[in-house]
Design a protein around this ligand. Structure first.
Ligand code: ZN
Length: 367
């Protein structure tokens, strides 16, 4: 079966909608064409010229990168910076570049999923649940059509709350209307006031599905003019957000815990705050830059906070209650390649997915 860039984008965006990316981020297809046929894919944490040469060597038509190569808008592409050089080479060699970054960080099956399995942590919840990602739809449907409309909304992705699907609230009442002479009412007659027994259906849905939900409503509602209301909800989305809280199966002392993550993640070095003689069981973790998470990890009564890009003064914030651990940025995210490869291999059988062998960490360690 032929696979195109748009097929791969669709699968990835189903897992990690681009709308979930942070405002500073730049995700989705950033170089190339959705209509390009794909033979092989290269997944990488970062894009460099070496990664691009590797993709040419491995006959990859698409590079999927975790970190974007373009963050801010660029006004010219002349090859004066490394990112411009990469873009020029990619275009010359007909290679598309797709980025999946903070949108992969915030979804339940994303970055945290892989790392928590690797560290044998039973994830309980998101550390920073995302706000303003849920909308509510209320609509009024003739009683005999309520099932059809409700099911169409469920099928389009409405009515999911955590582990529950098909959630809705319904009650019956009477709707009134009178169409003018230009109308063709589905029930009743034009220019005569009509009272119809209707079911009020209310469902929630993720905001990125707004158009799909609206289309499902308008396509399945029998009325010529559909009455509906859509609201933004303040509720947090418990399954979407940065970082996670979870627990180990068995407690470990601080030394054993650091040794355990060093071994499991193949780390050469770990920076950490003073040992506080605490047994480690409850873990708070943010992959990538996460120094903003220390206070929340403390409030959640985690025994350890693991992240990267922590500064000197951050290590003073332990309050003698939490072990603060920095495993470095690249090291905390390096398994994203494995995650992307496994997500793609579950969906595409006729193409090869390669993990980049280029070590793209720009930070070198001198021992
Ligand atoms: Zn990163």
């Amino acid at each position: 079966m032929e696979v195109f860039v748009k097929d791969i984008a669709k699968v990835l965006e189903n897992i990690a909608p681009t709308e979930y990316a942070e405002s500073y981020d730049n995700v989705g297809l950033i170089v190339g064409s959705f209509c390009k046929k794909v033979r092989n894919v290269l997944v990488t944490l970062d894009i460099s010229e070496e990664v691009l040469y590797e993709s040419i060597k491995k006959k990859c038509d698409l590079i999927i990168s975790f970190h974007p190569i373009i963050f801010k808008s660029i006004k010219s592409i002349t090859g004066k910076t490394f990112s411009e050089k990469v873009i020029i080479h990619a275009l010359k060699n007909n290679i598309s570049i797709y980025v999946i970054h903070t949108n992969l960080d915030v979804v339940w099956e994303g970055t945290s999923s892989y790392i928590s399995k690797l560290l044998r942590i039973n994830r309980e919840k998101v550390l920073f649940p995302k706000r303003e990602t849920i909308k509510k739809l209320i609509t009024y449907v003739p009683v005999n059509y309520a099932d059809i409309v409700r099911n169409a909304l469920f099928e389009a992705g409405a009515g999911n709350i955590s582990n529950y699907s098909h959630c809705s609230y319904n009650f019956d009442g009477f709707g009134s209307y009178m169409g003018n002479k230009k109308t063709k009412p589905f029930i009743g007659k034009k220019e005569i006031i009509h009272m119809e027994k209707e079911t009020c259906i209310s469902v929630i849905f993720p905001d990125y599905k707004l158009n799909i939900i609206k289309n499902a409503l308008l396509k399945n509602h029998p009325y010529e003019e559909v009455a509906y209301e859509i609201y933004n909800l303040e509720n947090v989305n418990p399954n979407v957000g940065i970082g996670f809280i979870g627990s180990l199966m068995t407690k470990m002392n601080e030394y054993d815990f650091l040794f355990f993550i060093k071994k499991r993640m193949n780390l050469s070095c770990i920076r950490h705050s003073n040992f506080i003689k605490k047994e480690i069981k409850k873990i708070a973790m943010i992959t990538g830059s996460g120094r903003f998470g220390i206070e929340t990890a403390l409030a959640e009564k985690a025994d350890v906070f693991i992240s990267s890009d922590l500064k000197y003064h951050d290590f003073f914030k332990h309050e003698k209650k939490i072990l603060i651990v920095d495993i470095e940025h690249y090291e905390s995210e390096k398994f994203t390649k494995n995650l992307l490869k496994s997500l793609l291999e579950k969906n595409f059988f006729s193409i090869s997915i390669y993990e980049s062998e280029v070590h793209t960490n720009p930070i070198k360690y001198f021992y």
